[in-house]
Design a protein around this ligand. Structure first.
Ligand SMILES: [Zn+2]
Length: 390
């Protein structure tokens, strides 16, 4: 799939993945901890999650996560019968999480199940040294090599995981979805994003492009889908495949099943992805189509100022990229020359606002409920170990 996240940071991206809603509607659209601010955001517990819907339909639902932000602390466990998160988060967690998941499947054979398996294996602080001796890496910067080794290692462990599923005869009739909450920058746009190796503050493709694979041997033939899709589409697709309904009505995403089945889709099928990121002093959104990208500042958020870096506080109210001419997003275009295209994308954002209220929510982030009291020292320590908090 040609997939993009709906938010380039962990909590809102997971919220969209698990609810099928745009981040601003989940309560978790903002990075949960704001500088020294004591309160933090929490998944709106009135929204049905992927786990809720599966539980309602007699699937045993369980999660094995790396902890950190993918945690009970911000409410992402909603609807899971069991939610096991690593007590001491590490970037080397996949083998353990897979082993726990396989043990769980073995123990619960005979039941329909929904398993959410999460890992920080390819995550800052990139201390994955598993393959650091591989010769081909010797010319590359160490960080990039370490990141690559995390990807390679993840592939190898997933291969073992899939072989075990086959051995347990739990493979053919299981839908496997592989994706990521966001990408990662490796110094591509340091001059604008203000950071070298990270995610969360920009809408450049290296941060918002994600892998997305739907695998279901009984029903799907191998196929590449080029149309632009978002994480918000995962839940509607899954429900369409399983022929079950969401309890809470309309989701923001669309089912991708027609694309997967190679059916003719009508011309009104969405041809863009909508991304939000209220972070580093700016509440912004982005529309990414096949050819263009528009980034729009909705509001400058003063409460962030202690965290905001200088380059972002000078962010222009609109950024526009012509991706056909400039796929690496290096050139600021002449906005007047692209007046028509910009207007079209701005209209699209306004339409989204009419339908989903997204701009209004991005304007008033602090009207949403916050959980009082902040994170516990233990929770903060876990986040620190993954490089999230200083
Ligand atoms: Zn993340």
């Amino acid at each position: 799939m040609n997939a993009f996240t709906n938010a380039p940071s962990t909590p809102p991206a997971h919220a969209s993945l698990l609810t099928g809603l745009y981040p601003s509607k989940t309560g978790l659209f903002i990075f949960p901890e704001i500088g020294s601010h004591q309160d933090y955001y929490y998944l709106n517990q009135e929204i049905d999650t992927m786990a809720d819907i599966h539980s309602d339909n007699n699937y045993l639902s369980t999660a094995f996560t790396g902890g950190g932000w993918v945690s009970k602390a911000i409410g992402l466990n909603k609807g899971f019968y069991s939610f096991v998160e690593n007590e001491s988060p590490t970037t080397n967690d996949l083998l353990q999480n897979c082993t726990n998941a396989l043990d769980w499947i073995e123990k619960n054979r005979g039941f329909k199940f929904f398993l959410f398996l999460h890992t920080y294996e390819i995550h800052r602080p990139y201390n994955h040294h598993y393959f650091s001796e591989i010769k081909e890496y010797y010319k590359m910067p160490h960080t990039k090599a370490s990141y690559d080794s995390g990807i390679l290692y993840t592939d190898l462990v997933l291969d073992i995981f899939i072989k075990e599923l086959k051995r347990m005869k739990a493979y053919d009739n299981t839908i496997i979805i592989i994706t990521s909450d966001h990408g990662e920058t490796h110094d591509e746009h340091n001059n604008i994003s203000g950071y070298t190796y990270n995610h969360g503050g920009s809408f450049f493709d290296e941060e918002i492009k994600v892998p997305l694979i739907f695998h279901y041997p009984l029903k799907f033939k191998p196929k590449k889908v080029n149309k632009i899709v978002g994480l918000v589409d995962v839940l509607p697709t899954l429900l369409d495949i399983l022929k079950i309904n969401s309890r809470s009505g309309e989701l923001d995403g669309d089912s991708l099943l027609p694309l997967i089945n190679g059916e003719r889709i009508n011309s009104s099928f969405r041809d863009y992805v909508f991304v939000e990121s209220p972070a580093y002093g700016l509440s912004r959104c982005c529309i990414r189509t096949e050819n263009y990208k528009l980034i729009k500042v909705i509001k400058r958020i003063e409460i962030f100022e202690e965290d905001a870096n200088k380059s972002l506080s000078n962010h222009p109210s609109i950024l526009f990229y012509d991706l056909k001419l400039d796929p690496l997003e290096r050139k600021r275009v002449d906005l007047l020359r692209y007046k028509k295209e910009i207007e079209k994308l701005e209209n699209l954002i306004n339409l989204l606002n009419t339908k989903h209220n997204v701009i209004e929510l991005l304007k008033f982030p602090f009207k949403l409920k916050m959980k009082k009291g902040g994170l516990s020292d233990k929770e903060k320590e876990k986040l620190r170990s993954l490089g999230y908090l200083k």
